[in-house]
Design a protein around this ligand. Sequence first.
Ligand SMILES: Nc1ncnc2c1ncn2[C@@H]1O[C@H](COP(=O)(O)OP(=O)(O)O)[C@@H](O)[C@H]1O
Ligand code: SF4
Ligand SMILES: [Mg+2]
Length: 342
Amino acid sequence: MSLPNAQPENNASGAAAEEPRRILEVRNLSVEFYPGSTRAFHAVVDANFEIEAGKMVSVVGESGCGKTLSALALVGLTPPAARCRGTIVHGSRSFEASSSALARLRGRDVGMVFQEPMTALNPLFSLDRQFREVLRYLRGVEDRKEARDISTELLDRVGLDRPERRVNQFPHQLSGGQRQRAMIALALAGEPSLLIADEPTTALDATLERRVMELFRKLADEGLGVLMISHDLPLVADVSDRVVVMYSGYTVENGPAHQLVDAPQHPYTRGLVASASAIVLGDTPRLPVIPGEVPSPDRRPGGCPFHPRCPEKLDRCESEFPPESEPVAGVRTACWARGGDQ
Ligand SMILES: Nc1ncnc2c1ncn2[C@@H]1O[C@H](COP(=O)(O)OP(=O)(O)O)[C@@H](O)[C@H]1O
Ligand code: SF4
Ligand SMILES: [Mg+2]
């Protein structure tokens, strides 16, 4: 699988590039629920990853693996019943994952893009008016002409054609892909250094999906940090620098995007890659190579949570959780069959 847009970690001469600016660092992030009648459970367990300026990092996994909760925790948006632990460093500011101060980062420091544009766009107002309000709130822009100029520039930046006309339109006058671009422009209005996008293209067809992904790549190339959440490994691997694979709340593999696709280490990542290839070849509909389902976090099996579905299972996998190892330089994985016992 080719990766035309993926960025090398070093420059072409092989010399180490200039020290990259770290935008986000997530240390030992856990999200726990205390349902009351049953015992507490972890929906996210000890997540660790970082994003530098100009890089796009994607978190992938099937539904229910903890991707959305991990993203929401970065800006204090987890449900009230959730308890977050760990450390989240935005730029030079470090926060306890439970801190309510994280919410203040939304908009100015972190832009959020969701699956359904209408969660962010108000159907009753023109784009011009919606941008004006956001620009006044986030950047103190009071002048209508100035707000309009900035909005038009933002719409142009996200690739909307004729932005000076589009800015007068209402959301219902735009196609699905155009609405998604308008929402991305709105998320950029506060000049954030990090953009978080949770399954932003699921409602779009395959061609539009790819174009919107290429837009996120362009935004990263312009200097933003991008955190992409997706269930579609090949789609995001093509445009990402790194990929973090989650399974049942655990991070099972974290490495350069091209490496994860060309030489996946963890059996779950291998399954995702093989499933995607099978779909491309038209063999079978969805995820045929990984039988079974992701366990819900309150009924997770002991040992390695992937063991009931794993084709490479060893005896100890049922009882002992595998420690993290680095079987290939730059790739971290948690699997007994990949050096977890070294
Ligand atoms: N409000 C909630 N209360 C209890 N459990 C939840 C809640 N939200 C999510 N979960 C649990 O956390 C798991 C991970 O959720 P989520 O992060 O949304 O997964 P993903 O985005 O990977 O599909 C879910 O399968 C569910 O079991
Ligand atoms: S630890 Fe064992 S069960 Fe888990 S992925 Fe590795 S081989 Fe499979
Ligand atoms: Mg989700």
